[in-house]
Design a protein around this ligand. Structure first.
Ligand code: SF4
Length: 472
């Protein structure tokens, strides 16, 4: 690994905003937070993949992958991050290097590709991603990007997160470092207001940001930039003029929030858009931080009024499903979405949570689940559930539906039981008050889909075989 990449990784690991990291010794901190990838276990994602996930939602930028074509194939648009305008981000660009490039170096090819992308697409900027092969042959993407920016008069941003640097979540942070080093603070916004905020670590999956933005609009809060869902290059470049930052719960880009606080004094808080009470807490926090930084004092009262109205509306709509869903049992295996946020909405709709994964939950999250699920909650909190155990739970009708990530969907389908995607690849938006109502509506659709009746009915040849068997 190059010295500059090593230094960058050390910097990322020394994260002041992460309590876990700060509790470690200096030596432990150097080792990082996650285990290195197991060779062959590519499904977990590499650092390059993580950087691409973090930055690809910037929609008016051309994302050019410098490496073999398969790197781009692996990482292209796998999360349904939505755009309200430009579609440049959805085109895959790669230098698609070959054997000769490996021998002679591929910097010239990269420069040519940058020129071609700019001439053909005229993007707001070009982001150039380093990958394992081009990293190992020693291509200096930073130097090429500098030269290209001077020559073509456009921002060309190097994203130095080759796959071998580490796992996906390190890649998220290295992608964020590219924004900190080359983008944020380079442009002054045309207008600023006392209610400008940045939302960091929100990727607008299936349009979730748009379930939250109307609430902020109603309060007169302006999203100066979202990093990076439905993001625009210029907005992110001017993000340093916001009055407050919201760090969305995943912490995938915590380094952006902490560094912006250090450089420009922008305070941040960590919040979540998932779950009715979380959404309300987030609105309160945004109002509190903005008022502390000069926004009109009535913002907090207006936020309370909005929360009261929106909560009442959401609970009423969720209650409408109660009769149909009452007593149905749910197995909840979530990843990024906080389990307890979802548990309360499920309970309000009359569903019974028979198991919830707590593998990624913090101590406070577990406490909250205990509070919500009452006596015997511990019996329903699952640290790790093997596919065989999941299958047995569904097959024995201990659960009527499973909510999980895409990887475990086939377990449910094999047990001929309904399943709904609740993780990052989901096709429905589940953020804010609206999102929770959508989630309950989708569960209702999945549970009462007539296909389940059909797949559970024995096939004609099965019944014939049984009859023949009886006759013999
Ligand atoms: S960057 Fe490396 S680990 Fe990641 S997809 Fe490309 S070759 Fe594989």
């Amino acid at each position: 690994m190059s010295a500059s990449l090593n230094a960058k990784i050390a910097e990322v690991f020394d994260e002041p905003g992460c309590d876990v990291n700060q509790a470690k010794s200096a030596k432990e901190r150097k080792k990082g937070c996650t285990k290195q990838l197991t060779p062959g276990a590519a499904a977990g994602g590499c650092a390059f993949d993580g950087a691409k996930i973090a930055l690809q939602p910037i929609v008016d930028v051309a994302h050019l992958v410098h490496g073999p074509i398969a790197c781009e194939g692996n990482s292209w648009d796998n999360r349904h991050s939505a755009s309200s305008g430009p579609q440049t981000y959805r085109t895959g660009f790669t230098t698609d290097i070959n054997e000769l490039d490996v021998i002679y170096g591929a910097e010239k090819r990269l420069l040519k590709s940058i020129r071609e992308v700019i001439e053909r697409q005229d993007p707001a900027a070009v982001f150039v991603y380093q990958t394992c092969v081009t990293g190992m042959i020693g291509d200096d993407i930073e130097a090429v990007c500098r030269r290209a920016a001077e020559r073509f008069g456009k921002p060309v941003i190097p994203v130095n997160a080759p796959g071998f640097a580490g796992p996906k979540n390190l890649g998220n942070k290295l992608g964020a470092e590219a924004l900190l080093d080359h983008v944020i603070g380079t442009v002054e916004p045309e207008v600023t207001t006392p209610t400008d905020i940045n939302i960091i670590g929100e990727y607008n999956l299936s349009g979730e940001l748009w379930q939250v933005k109307p609430l902020l609009d109603a309060l007169g809060v302006r999203v100066l930039s979202c990093i990076s869902g439905d993001g625009r290059y210029r907005d992110i470049a001017g993000a340093h003029r916001a009055r407050a930052n919201m760090m969305v719960c995943s912490k995938s880009m915590i380094n952006v929030a902490t560094r912006m606080q250090q450089r420009w004094g922008i305070p941040y808080f960590e919040g979540s858009f998932y779950g009715i009470s979380d959404m309300s807490t987030t609105l309160r926090e945004i109002a509190r931080l903005l008022v502390a930084r000069g926004a009109p004092a009535d913002l907090a009262d207006r936020a309370e009024a909005l929360i009261a109205a929106e909560e009442a509306r959401a609970w009423e709509r969720i209650r409408a499903y109660r009769e149909r869903l009452s007593g149905k049992k749910v197995l909840l295996i979530t990843g990024g979405v906080k389990s307890w946020s979802v548990v309360s909405a499920l309970q309000e709709a009359g569903l019974e949570v028979v198991g919830t994964s707590v593998k990624k939950s913090t101590r406070e999250d577990k406490e909250k689940i205990r509070e919500l699920m009452g006596d015997g909650a511990d019996a329903h909190m699952i640290d790790d559930l093997s596919p065989r155990e999941m299958y047995a739970m569904l097959k024995d009708a201990k659960a009527d539906i499973m909510l999980s990530g895409g990887r475990s969907q086939f377990v449910a389908l094999k047990a001929r039981m309904p399943w709904m995607d609740i993780n990052q690849e989901r096709h429905h938006a589940f953020a804010g008050y609206e999102g929770m109502v959508t989630m309950i509506a989708e569960i209702d659709k999945a549970l009462f889909n007539p296909v389940w009746q059909q797949v559970r009915t024995p096939a004609p040849w099965e019944t014939q075989a049984a009859l023949l068997g009886e006759a013999v």
